[in-house]
Design a protein around this ligand. Sequence first.
Ligand SMILES: Cc1cc2nc3c(=O)[nH]c(=O)nc-3n(C[C@H](O)[C@H](O)[C@H](O)COP(=O)(O)O)c2cc1C
Length: 374
Amino acid sequence: MKVDLQKKFGLDVPIFAFSHCRDVVVEVTRAGGFGVLGAVMFPPEKLEEELAWIDSHVDGRPYGVDMLLPVTYDSEAEQTSAPLQTLIPQGHRDFVDRVLTEAGIPPLPKDQADILNAHIKAREKNGTPAGARQLVEVALRHPQIKMFVSGLGPMPADLVRELHSRDIVVGALCGKASHVERHRAAGTDVLIAQGTEAGGHTGKVSTMVLVPQVVAAAKGEMAVLAAGGISSGGQILASQAMGADGVWMGTVWLGTVESELTPFEREVLYKAAAEDAVQSKVLSGKSVRLLRSKFSDAWEGPDAPAYLKPPLQGLLFLEARARIDRAQRGDYYSSPAGQVAGTLTHETSVRDVMLRLLTEYADAAERLQTVMPA
Ligand SMILES: Cc1cc2nc3c(=O)[nH]c(=O)nc-3n(C[C@H](O)[C@H](O)[C@H](O)COP(=O)(O)O)c2cc1C
């Protein structure tokens, strides 16, 4: 039976916020929405810390966690006990070094490289199925987490059974109507119909086309959240008009002061146009919508090597990103963001965004009254 998300979670507004930043999760949840922490960035011990902090700041309200439980990966990466960075071919390293050196972006000093390598080592297996399971174990220790979401394909059946036995709602991102049956078979409760406009791993179908298709395929048996390209109250109303039970937003929070982005990174975001958010495999080896830069363009050039499989491409990207961030080179900076980036022009706060969404929602509803035939 379809879960009534607003009732089950006691939400004032059906706004689900995906973020890698605990402050965003807390602020949205406290404002009456539902924050979901993306876990993939964190080593297990750090995830434990972040979740404990969220537990103590959401006034007892429920919140969610998102995992990447990949179906395809470099199996060598899963099985080896050697640092995964050693599996990155030297030719790929040389290519990155050449692109950055030619741009005048220096290597990291040894102490900073050591810190980065320790960080990478601590979280390098998060992108493998076994590594993701470790994060699941950490999240299961936090009973205020009432929704688990899988970002890449349906969750494994045994995990779904475990979550349901704890009365935890199971969500999954879905970029194609033809994937709905797979999610139904896996026991998914909530389909997050994510259109190609979205930041992060995306498919090819736009939100406007995808949402009604997923709603129809769900047959009223699974809840549907609309995702991808949503940054205004009018779009929330439109999503509901298309049959969605709420919205799931990611990029809009990146522009807030609470987000994980540094001031330098946020400035790059504010300057971006919608069309600067392109699909590229540079970040993870899979198609991710991100801010285009000279670095992502270089990977499309004739002398670029083939993208590595996840999680190796992601590790190589992290090393390059650290160099680019340190040099504060906005022209080489790429980071996941959706087409909503084009609407973000200055610093806001989560509270500002929530208030704006509600005001725009009310305005849009009023406007509809005047345009609907009597
Ligand atoms: C910076 C960033 C990182 C993301 N990382 C993940 C992730 O780790 N797992 C996931 O399921 N979705 C991820 N997404 C996608 C979001 O869950 C969400 O579907 C998307 O942001 C919605 O579209 P929007 O960006 O247009 O709001 C990410 C999105 C952004 C912007």
